[in-house]
Design a protein. Structure first.
Length: 266
């Protein structure tokens, strides 16, 4: 099975301007496809920007099958590339911090709602999701989705490891001074759960926040296969099923677990 070449779009887009961000996504999808990628991953809340005024969030939120989802489906189909994008989702009278995976044929494959909300802004703006493991199949790999703060909870990522996730996509809005998450924690999560993790950040100042970039693709052997800097850029990495298989055969973490000892965790 061929590796899945993955493009990580480290960008904050334009705050509050969905139309402009869709245009930028279209341009990025073209570049990613030209670079041989079969998957493009954007940052948390890429569609609208992250540091929104609270009163603006409901008006910018859309349904999972809303007009932006339709537009992104067309982008994916036109360029023949799968797209994972972050956005505020409106559903059932609530607004969620969400991420949706669109297949290369324009079909929606999976939609995830952030389960662990970080800080006062998110807790005031969004309702937390309650489904920890959301997956889809793409190019022979089992894809999982998570958002930013979620990956900092080891139980969350372990649930994906036990569910067979091969490549975990984590759009994020990681801010100063927490860059150690991108630099150290994400590669460790990939190693201890035997999966690839694509961690894709925003960058630069936005409202009261300073996003640190440092997007990366970490592999199950604990190696960071690609790493962005602090500015806007696109980097590429490959999720290799053969490396994943070999690593899982060698690393005994999941096989050596003793769940009976862990009851106190829940």
């Amino acid at each position: 099975m061929a590796p899945l070449r993955t493009a990580l779009l480290q960008s904050s887009g334009r705050l509050g301007d969905t139309a402009e961000n869709l245009k930028r996504l279209d341009e990025a999808a073209a570049r990613a496809a030209q670079g041989g990628a079969g998957l493009l991953v954007t940052s948390e809340m890429f569609l609208t920007g992250y540091a929104l005024d609270l009163q603006d969030v409901p008006g910018l939120a859309e349904a999972a099958d809303g007009p932006s989802a339709v537009a992104i489906g067309e982008i994916a189909r036109r360029h023949g590339i799968a797209v994972l994008y972050g956005y505020p989702e409106k559903a059932d009278g609530a607004v969620y911090n969400a991420a949706q995976l669109i297949g290369p044929d324009g079909t929606a494959l999976a939609n995830y709602r952030k389960t662990h909300l970080f800080g006062c802004f998110e807790q005031d703006a969004f309702t937390p999701g309650d489904i920890p493991v959301v997956q889809a199949d793409l190019n022979g790999l089992r894809i999982g989705i998570m958002i930013c703060y979620d990956v900092e909870f080891p139980e969350n990522v372990r649930a994906h490891g036990l569910a067979g996730t091969d490549l975990l996509l984590v759009p994020t809005a990681q801010m100063h001074p927490f860059q150690f998450v991108a630099e150290q924690l994400v590669p460790v999560r990939a190693f201890e759960n035997q999966m690839y993790i694509a961690y894709v950040n925003r960058t630069g100042p936005e409202g009261e926040f300073e996003f640190v970039g440092l997007s990366c693709l970490a592999s199950p052997d604990g190696v960071t296969r690609t790493r962005a800097g602090r500015g806007e850029e696109m980097v590429f990495g490959e999720a290799d099923p053969e490396l994943l298989k070999a690593s899982r055969e060698t690393n005994p973490y999941l096989r050596d677990r003793r769940p009976g000892l862990y009851a106190s965790l829940v």
